[in-house]
Ligand binder design. Structure first.
Ligand code: NCD
Length: 301
């Protein structure tokens, strides 16, 4: 694997290998040493967990890390991202973790790079967030390993969610039993999910659910014509102890973070016994180690 861009590039075998390596890393603490490699975090959008998680993953593997302060960099002078990457590569950086608000940007630019450059998509606009999807699948399978028998429900702003896009595609690839997207009609996805259904009824969606993934209400991505009343959203779509009663008693509640407590999820649930949210964060470091390892095995340069 030369670049890590989107779920569509992965086969079932690729996913199984990444899951298995991430699980190995989770259960061992003597990690391979990839000394001599360097990684740059290029985040053109805000991030806490994804950026730090890639940093921790790289450091666990002895990869040096440069966190670019893009507000203070030449990006603020209008430098093209491709030029930034070539410049950093000339200084000895090989791995570039990119988050950008433009859909498809990492995929569009990889053709222009020399062989020693590896691009990792950490979220492109509303398009994909493939490492988050792998983390979510890893977390689910650790507790509910029979994917074919599971009902997974994604609730919230599916129209704008790169997390939902990547997770749907990954669930379809790996043969999920049932996938349901729950959203108010203003947030219905533009295309029907692969292998799934869409409903505006939280009760219908949550009925007998094994896993619920709550999405953040992304206030920054709401278009001007989408009027959303937050108390009404909470009443109709929030994951609360009351709404969770429709799901299976051992339902797993997940959220990619950052959470809006009291909007899409109540604190009782986020901090309660069904919550796997911090486990997702923990698994994130191990899955990203597996991704970095897969990119740098058999490097030609
Ligand atoms: C998400 C993102 O930025 O895509 N968070 C994350 O990376 N874990 C979700 C969000 O911002 O809503």
């Amino acid at each position: 694997m030369k670049h890590f861009l989107e779920i569509g590039q992965l086969s079932c075998e690729d996913v199984s290998r990444l899951l298995s390596r991430a699980n190995d890393f989770k259960t061992q603490n003597n990690f391979p040493k990839m000394t001599g490699l360097a990684l740059a975090n290029l985040f053109y959008e805000p991030s806490t967990r994804t950026r730090v998680s890639f940093e921790m993953a790289a450091k666990n593997l002895d990869i040096r890390v440069v966190n670019m302060d893009l507000a203070q960099s030449s990006a603020s002078k209008g430098e093209m991202i491709e030029d930034t990457i070539h410049t950093l590569h000339a200084m000895g950086i090989h791995l570039f973790v990119i988050r950008h608000n433009q859909n498809g940007l990492p995929q569009a630019m990889v053709g222009t790079f020399r062989s020693g450059i590896h691009i990792i998509n950490a979220g492109d606009g509303t398009h994909e967030h493939p490492s988050q999807a792998l983390i979510d699948l890893m977390t689910i399978l650790q507790h509910k390993p029979n994917l074919q028998q599971l009902k997974v429900v994604i609730v919230g702003n599916v129209l704008h969610s790169r997390v939902a896009n990547s997770l749907q595609e990954l669930c379809a690839l790996m043969g999920i039993g049932k996938l349901v997207l729950v959203a108010p009609e203003i947030w219905y996805p533009q295309t029907l999910p692969l292998h799934g259904t869409v409903t505006s009824s939280l009760q219908e969606g949550l009925k007998d659910a094994d896993v619920v993934v709550a999405l953040r209400v992304q206030k920054e991505r709401l278009h001007a014509d989408e009027r959303l009343d937050l108390p009404i959203y909470h009443a109709e779509y929030a994951i609360t102890n009351t709404s969770l009663a429709w799901a299976k008693p051992d339902v797993m509640v997940m959220h990619p973070g950052p959470m809006n407590r009291g909007i899409e999820i109540d604190s009782d649930v986020a901090d309660g016994r069904c919550s796997y949210i911090l486990e997702q964060v923990k698994n994130g470091v191990f899955m990203r180690m597996a991704i970095l390892e897969a990119l740098t095995l058999n490097r030609s340069e």
